[in-house]
Design a protein around this ligand. Structure first.
Ligand SMILES: C[S@@+](CC[C@H](N)C(=O)[O-])C[C@H]1O[C@@H](n2cnc3c(N)ncnc32)[C@H](O)[C@@H]1O
Length: 350
């Protein structure tokens, strides 16, 4: 069964001219059956360059069919015609607001329970301390448009940049370790998405990096999104370099370096654009150390507007999983709770 956008639009427009609710419903039920039988996942409208998702179409048609009055029915039909022919996007992403219901993949709640790491393509959990690709994936889709630039000052194994490449966004990645830059390069090579993006990798200390020349060299004036996934102070030691944040000798030194990175980054982020920090707290000498809230404050001190605090589930490491009962015992004796979450703080530059 071949279904085209034009065919659907013709039926919808004919329904708008009809005065009989029963006739409209009959025709739309037939259309819905045909759409269900067709094996297309997306229906392209070549004239309007709008992609319409099959699930979205089915949901909209179901809603129209269940409507009781002809006025309401026509209102929903008009909305569907609009959704299939016009794209309405905001300033900071490519989400088509006329089809907002079809974005099942975009999280809008502040509690993120992400079960499985996306290990597809070039992604792997191999780099100790990398984040799951769903984190940059969510943010790039919500806070950037295709062709814009994202900056990751702690690039690690390149998770952000692999996602950027897949989604057609350009990226700058910085890391203090040569090994990380090489690993990111190798990971990007493994990725076989074909978007024509530009990626710039820099081996440097992000607290000291001057972006002006780098941007000049690339030929851009600013970036549109920043994601920071710093070491969670000394929980994982990433290198022997004294300027590596995981080697900070005190919490003050860690926060001071973190603040410097925000200072270096802020001038190159466009006004009104977003910055995300992914971080967890730590537990040491019988005390919970709120690294997350400290870094949040460092960022707010610098004039950013806090837009969301997201709590994300934290999967056990294999080592911790093997010692599960031991951790339970420690928790009961020590009077604390075992870490099961980390934070993502989302800010907007004023
Ligand atoms: C938590 S990891 C980031 C992992 C990354 N999100 C990924 O998915 O692969 C933190 C990274 O920050 C880097 N780093 C630590 N201090 C740094 C500094 N002063 N400048 C730049 N990078 C730094 C470490 O080498 C490490 O690769």
């Amino acid at each position: 069964m071949k279904i085209t956008a034009n065919h659907i639009l013709e039926i919808l427009n004919n329904s708008l001219n009809s005065t009989e609710l029963s006739v409209i419903k009959h025709n739309l039920k037939k259309l819905l059956d045909n759409i269900k039988k067709s094996n297309l996942l997306e229906i392209d409208s070549k004239e309007n360059n709008v992609k319409t998702d099959k699930i979205y179409l089915e949901n909209e048609l179901n809603q129209i069919i269940e409507t009781k009055t002809i006025e309401r029915t026509k209102y929903y039909i008009q909305r569907l015609v609009k959704g299939m022919t016009e794209i309405r996007t905001g300033k900071i992403n490519d989400i088509n607001l006329n089809q907002w219901k079809s974005y099942d993949d975009i999280i809008t709640d502040s509690l993120w329970i992400l079960d499985k790491r996306d290990n597809s393509g070039a992604h792997s959990a191999g780099y100790w301390g990398n984040f799951i690709p769903q984190i940059p994936n969510q943010f790039l889709k919500r806070f950037t448009k295709k062709g814009e630039w994202v900056l990751d000052p702690f690039v690690g194994s390149g998770t952000t940049l692999i996602e950027a490449k897949r989604l057609g966004r350009n990226g700058i990645g910085v890391d203090i370790q040569k090994l990380s830059i090489e690993l990111t390069e190798a990971n990007l090579k493994k990725d076989n998405s074909t978007n024509p993006v530009k990626i710039k990798l820099i081996e440097a200390d992000s607290t000291k990096l001057n972006y002006e020349n780098i941007l000049k060299e690339i030929g851009i004036k600013s970036v549109q999104f920043v994601i920071l996934h710093p070491p969670y102070w000394d929980i994982i030691k990433f290198s022997d370099n004294k300027d590596d944040l995981s080697n900070a000798k005190s919490i003050d030194e860690f926060l001071n370096s973190f603040g410097k990175i925000i200072d270096k980054t802020t001038p190159i982020l466009d006004k009104g654009r977003y910055l995300a920090i992914v971080i967890s707290d730590k537990y040491e000498n019988g005390e919970w150390i709120p690294l997350g809230f400290y870094t949040m404050q460092e960022t707010m001190k610098r004039g950013y507007k806090l837009k969301s605090t997201i709590v994300k589930n934290f999967e056990d490491t294999t080592a911790k999983r093997n010692q599960k009962s031991l951790w339970k015992y420690r928790s009961l004796v020590g009077g604390f709770y075992i870490f099961k979450h980390e934070y993502i703080f989302l800010f907007q530059k004023k």
